[in-house]
Design a protein around this ligand. Sequence first.
Ligand SMILES: Cc1cc2nc3c(=O)[nH]c(=O)nc-3n(C[C@H](O)[C@H](O)[C@H](O)COP(=O)(O)OP(=O)(O)OC[C@H]3O[C@@H](n4cnc5c(N)ncnc54)[C@H](O)[C@@H]3O)c2cc1C
Ligand code: SF4
Length: 511
Amino acid sequence: MGDPRGFLKVRSRREPAERPVEERIKDWLDVHAESGLQDWTQEQAARCMDCGTPFCMSGCPLGNIIPEWNDLVRQGQWEDAYHRLSMTNNFPEVTGRICPALCESACVLGIHQPPTMIKNDEVTIIDQAWDLEYVKPLPPERLSDQTVAVVGSGPAGLACAQQLTRAGHTVVVFERDDEVGGLMRYGIPNFKLEKGLLDRRVKQMEAEGTRFRTNTEIGKDLGWDDLRSQFDAVVVAIGSTVPRDMSIPGRDLDGIHFAMEFLPDATRRVFGKQPIHDITAKDKHVVIIGGGDTGSDCLGTSIRQGAKDVTVLQIMPQEPTKRPDNQPWPTFARLYQKTSSMEEGGEYVYSTDSVNFVGSEEDAAKITVSDNTQTEGFISDGNGHVTGLKVVSVAPGKDGPFTRQPGTERVIPADLVLISVGFLHPDTETLQAQLPVDLDGRGNVARDDAFQTSQDGVFSCGDAGRGQSLVVWAIAEGRSCAAAVDRYLTGCTELPAPIVASERPMALPRR
Ligand SMILES: Cc1cc2nc3c(=O)[nH]c(=O)nc-3n(C[C@H](O)[C@H](O)[C@H](O)COP(=O)(O)OP(=O)(O)OC[C@H]3O[C@@H](n4cnc5c(N)ncnc54)[C@H](O)[C@@H]3O)c2cc1C
Ligand code: SF4
């Protein structure tokens, strides 16, 4: 039982302090100045009302037992808190840092006060648990004679592998990159998620018995059909990596890249590795098309690399600052929130559509814009470098979602353009050729509610089946998929299954 008067005594919410902007943009370390246990953490945890119906738990796809660990934080009972938390979450050090906290949107206190600091409690518990050495490898007591191949080492593949290893199966994780972690490793920048956190967890998994094969692309280095014949079950956890493109004139100019060509290079450089695409924002006018989380990560990265200026374009208007009527409590509300990268610089331009890329000043002059049509008359030699992006303001339209506003066209100078307008579906080319599983209407791997694909013994979890989502959903999928694989292999399971494959969030932040 929490402190029944806690929320009356402490009415305001306290966020962990960030390092000064001028200091943090000179390095790639976590933007926060405060992490782990602070003198205000327990007082903040006491604001949890321990509601009879904890809506926060239904907001969290993992079903984290939030009121219980909030109260254990209040009392400083770190070992108990750690055990409660690790019952439902394999990687709280990740979600406690980068989850958009769907739970806090559903917090009952949030109806009339700022919500409880649930996410911060989560990260404090796990940071304390590592510091106090409560986190130990949990190898299985007995081994089954069953083998599982997990393809992809993002949060879905890793959660699935950890659960199945602990259940006694022999699990090998295959990863085409040189390091384990998926988008947690090479998508999300180090200043949001330091990579040492992943290395520490991978060591724990290795000590439990999970085996890792990096630099191994299934479909090229080893066939999907070979893999299926060598293992008793296969889990496809390959993420949703095919980016949405922009088919506007001038797309073939140099200097226009997808966000996920730019971000991995930046992280590779931070760790002294050879970049793959060799893209940098240094001394460039950068334009980022797409203002979701990925766009924000591109902004923080461009600033740290020394961009001359950065403009982030968003076709949608700026989000509201208060819950609109169509996003009522306890759903996740898409509200305006300044990310740490937005505080560091750059300009966000809302309600703005991209018309065409510009390769020279003469090109810009030749362009005409008409309502809701592509630009006519764009001329590019196809070999030049981008120099700008022609944009136009938009307003909600009667014939479509947006109407271009005549007379608002202008060219934004750009010598690096980063396209960050989402992802279509997983890259299933070799999978389809070698082990043809059914796809759904959007190109994701189709599965039944128990994560089984159309091929016997082949399962799929994470963004590969769900489409681009969140780390917390990927972990929930990985855990449920592990339970389904365990049942397939042994006829029964005691592994938890927090969600079914068709379960959908009420709303999601934009990628
Ligand atoms: C830039 C960016 C920022 C994000 N920020 C956040 C955030 O702040 N908070 C949040 O909750 N979510 C965020 N997300 C979303 C989140 O990272 C994903 O939803 C999550 O990582 C999906 O996990 P996954 O395991 O399904 O796939 P992934 O993390 O994509 O991992 C899939 C892995 O499979 C590997 N793979 C693919 N094909 C093969 C093959 N044939 N053989 C071997 N390996 C293969 C890939 O190399 C990759 O490592 C972000 C996404 C992006 C792109
Ligand atoms: S994983 Fe996300 S939604 Fe769940 S408790 Fe943690 S911050 Fe909240």
